[in-house]
Design a protein around this ligand. Structure first.
Ligand SMILES: [Cu+2]
Length: 315
């Protein structure tokens, strides 16, 4: 009956997933130390003290046994102690923010992940490309993710690689993973996020380095992801097909994180402005916080205008 089920968590394809599998099995085993005897004793006692068994001791006034108390308290306490120790050690070992290193000290591939309604956007800042609903990873190389959401909370999860982590609007989380074997692994949101949630899936393609480079080269041939095409992408849509972007505005992820990808003032700038007002109340205020932002088109135009004015006055 269960042959159709793929036990993704029991079939890890990377070191993080493998360690998490060991913890699941160890924790289950430790808990079964209580569960199995309790089930057997329930059946055994019900049978032994059945009404028709005249040989069993009948003790209607019995109320205390130090031996039983010692067993039923000591064993669970020891198991909780063991589980707590395992949890403490593994939580620190598998801290998603902890950078991963490989024997060959490979430089991590950086991926900026944005959960949208209802698709995943992956930006590769080192390569200047982006993809939708398809994540390319080189085998044996650590991948470092910075994650945020442009919409409600989602949870980024590739079960066979391990460690799910939340994406939240206006906030950034981090995760490091390694894939050990080439393959196409299912990725999903593990946190319900609305009507298109069921189709919010992607494939994590773990590839040999040569195939990864070929993937990047092919992505390069696709159109640009700028604020206009991002606005089109960010509009809610369901079961979105895989798409590639050959070039990405380097500020896009920062702007999504700071909620200014639509041209409104960036959160970090607004906060900095507010702080400046407290520190230096007499300083001249900026008219529009977003004017100071490097990715803001208006300021680039103003700088270009000022430069050409200066050139004209020189000649
Ligand atoms: Cu900024």
């Amino acid at each position: 009956m269960l042959s159709g089920c793929k036990m993704a968590l029991m079939d890890p394809q990377g070191p993080i997933g493998a360690q998490e599998k060991d913890i699941i099995l160890l924790a289950t085993g430790l808990m079964l130390i209580v569960v199995i005897p309790v089930i057997l004793m329930t059946i055994g006692f019900a049978w032994k003290y059945r009404e028709s068994n005249r040989k069993a001791v009948y003790a209607p006034d019995w109320e205390h046994s130090t031996r039983i108390e010692a067993v039923v308290w000591a064993i669970p306490c020891l198991i909780i102690l063991a589980l707590a120790t395992v949890t403490w050690i593994s939580t620190h070992q598998l801290d998603p923010y902890k950078p991963l290193t490989t024997a060959n000290k490979a430089k991590p591939v950086e991926v900026q992940v944005v959960s949208l309604d209802w698709k995943w956007l992956f930006i590769y800042p080192q390569y200047g490309v982006a993809s939708v609903n398809q994540l390319a990873l080189p085998v044996g190389t650590p991948v470092h993710f910075d994650l945020t959401s442009a919409t409600v909370m989602n949870s980024f999860f590739i079960p066979q690689l391990g460690s799910q982590i939340y994406t939240m609007t206006g906030m950034q989380t981090q995760l490091s993973l390694i894939a050990d074997h080439p393959g196409a692994y299912d990725g999903m949101s593990a946190n319900y996020s609305g009507i298109g949630f069921a189709g919010m899936k992607f494939k994590a393609l773990a590839m040999q380095p040569a195939d990864f480079d070929a993937w990047m080269a092919r992505a390069k041939t696709h159109p640009l992801l700028d604020s206009a095409s991002y606005a089109a992408l960010a509009a809610p849509s369901e079961k979105v097909a895989v798409a590639y972007y050959g070039s990405v505005d380097p500020h896009l992820y920062h702007n999504i994180l700071n909620k200014c990808a639509d041209g409104s003032p960036c959160t970090d700038d607004t906060v900095n402005m507010a702080m400046m007002k407290t520190i230096a109340p007499d300083a001249a205020p900026c008219k529009n916080p977003s004017d100071t932002h490097p990715s803001n088109g208006a300021v680039t135009e103003k700088v270009a205008q000022a430069k050409s004015d200066a050139r004209r006055s020189q000649s």
